[in-house]
Design a protein around this ligand. Sequence first.
Ligand code: ZN
Length: 70
Amino acid sequence: MRAERHLQGPADGADVTILGGCPVCDGDLAVRIAGGRARGFCARCSRLSEPRIIREGERIHVIHPAAALA
Ligand SMILES: [Zn+2]
């Protein structure tokens, strides 16, 4: 049993919510992963984004390109 909580490699087509994951307003970011790509949507500021998803073992890292932060 793990005490640590983190994202665990969701299957293709899965939806994950990243708390505080919005790069703009720190709102919760709903991310849908499909076809190896991710689409993020922040309900707070209505911002759409295409974060990069990097899988590392059981974890996934969600990275927002710096250019998207302008
Ligand atoms: Zn936001």
